[in-house]
Design a protein around this ligand. Structure first.
Ligand code: SF4
Length: 449
């Protein structure tokens, strides 16, 4: 057991996150304000700033375990944003050297960041204000996945009806507010949950309201996340087209049937193929497919198989997620050290996928990280050139106000003059959201400015 003395609780919390990527939590201990007679493997002093502390701990564990981490000491969610900030005052080569030396980031991850940044620069954005992004959350799914940590609920007719009534009030209020300010929605994203777990009449009505009150001639992108292939049919897809959405997401996660069953998805790979054919037949111009690397029981060969199967479906966008095993998931109850144990295999899957995607003509265009990801890796969105999602780039760049409606939505108002973000949260439990809808609306009336 490694014993490390740290000056305060804050350092302990920050450094444990890093240590956990090298070793299971039972193999090290951080001690705050130790007695002078105790002995330690490493002692950190108060005056060291946080990055320096991380470097010391990183170098210590690298020496002790013989391992390095692809993302070095970076634990933040938005490394592309960090790179973009660095590039404001230095050339690319200098920023790359800084990431390598100060942050200990591996060369292929620095190259990936530069590639993502370069693709984003080639995307043609609307002028910032008065353009905003709009997110609408539908917190329902047909069943709950094994790894789910979202406040998503198994759909019921009564619950979804009451939820939609509250949501419609919020949609009207936000539409009025942005109209008064002379703003418009550059992008609209209906996500979840699984929005298409609503029944056909509910989805039709939701889309009608969004289209009539928020969509405008300035809107450049309208996405509906379908997620589960077993939630879509011709009528729902036609409604999506009718009301102006041109992007959907059908998310296989894997094309291996035994894994689909293991993770609690209520569909098989054949249904995924059928959903893609149906969407093409209904004239949906652009489909994204999500895959997850590091699912329970999967090998690199399984993941490669899924990717090849997805290539055959020809989606414009493919997003490669790394499984994140969070506290609220059923998986972590079954296996505490899952993310730590599967890190190496997952890293191999991601490297393999990146090369295969490039060969098929996809470019990485957005990237983010989460806590508790297998191997401390990343999620990367790939797109055929010209099909990148503005919404996905914007939400990671945090350079535009994104107004989030529905339970769990956290709006982020961006003030470019001060480069400042102001959050306006909605409550995440949908029953409480329904009860307190007037308060959610008041928060927005005050905060959207
Ligand atoms: S589809 Fe997504 S939100 Fe729904 S249960 Fe699965 S992981 Fe959770």
């Amino acid at each position: 057991m490694y014993r490390i003395a740290v000056p305060d609780q804050k350092s302990k919390y920050r450094l444990a996150e890093l240590a956990n990527m090298f070793l299971p939590s039972s193999a090290y201990e951080f001690v705050v304000e130790p007695n002078s007679h105790e002995s330690f493997d490493l002692v950190l002093e108060t005056e060291e700033h946080s990055n320096r502390q991380k470097q010391i701990v990183y170098d210590f564990f690298t020496r002790e375990t013989g391992r390095t981490l692809d993302w070095g000491i970076l634990t933040g969610v938005r490394p592309v944003k960090l790179l973009s900030e660095m590039l404001q005052s230095r050339p690319v080569a200098e920023a790359a050297a800084l990431l390598r030396q100060e942050y200990r980031v591996a060369k292929d991850k620095v190259d990936l960041l530069i590639e993502v940044y370069t693709t984003q620069k080639s995307v043609n954005f609307a002028e910032a204000p008065p353009a905003v992004g709009i997110y609408i959350g539908i917190p329902f799914c047909p069943t709950r996945c094994l790894y789910c940590s979202f406040p998503s609920n198994v759909i019921s007719r009564d619950g979804s009806e009451r939820y939609l009534s509250a949501l419609y009030k919020e949609i009207e209020a936000v539409s009025d507010r942005i109209g008064k300010l002379g703003w418009h929605a550059e992008s609209i994203y209906i996500g979840g949950g699984t929005p298409t777990s609503l029944d056909q009449a509910q989805l039709q009505e939701l889309l009608r309201r969004v289209s009539q009150s928020i969509y405008s001639e300035h809107t450049r992108e309208f996405t509906v996340e379908c997620g589960r292939p077993d939630t879509i049919d011709v009528a729902k897809l036609n409604a999506i087209r009718q009301w102006g959405a041109e992007r959907i997401s059908i998310n296989p996660q894997t094309m291996v049937d035994r894994t689909l069953e293991r993770i609690g998805r209520s569909h098989n790979a054949q249904q995924i193929r059928e959903a893609f054919s149906l969407a093409s037949a209904c004239g949906i111009p652009l489909i994204n497919a999500d895959l997850i690397a590091g699912l329970p029981g999967e090998t690199a060969a399984d993941f490669r198989y899924s990717l090849e199967q997805v290539f055959m479906l020809k989606p414009a966008n493919i997003t490669i997620h790394t499984l994140a095993v969070k506290k609220a998931s059923r998986l972590i109850e079954e296996d505490q050290d899952y993310a730590f144990r599967t890190g190496n295999a997952t890293a191999e899957m991601l490297a393999d996928a990146g090369a295969a995607l490039k060969k098929e003509g996809y470019r990485p265009y957005y990237l983010y990280r989460q806590k508790h990801m297998a191997g401390n890796l990343e999620n990367v969105g790939y797109a055929l050139p010209g099909t990148e999602s503005l919404y996905n780039i914007r939400i990671m760049a945090e350079d535009q106000s994104i107004i989030a409606l529905g339970a769990g939505g956290i709006s982020k108002m961006y003030y470019p003059e001060e480069n400042r973000l102001e959050r306006i949260p909605n409550v995440s439990n949908y029953e409480i959201y329904i009860d307190r809808i007037d308060e959610m609306i008041q928060r927005k009336e005050k905060g959207i400015q």
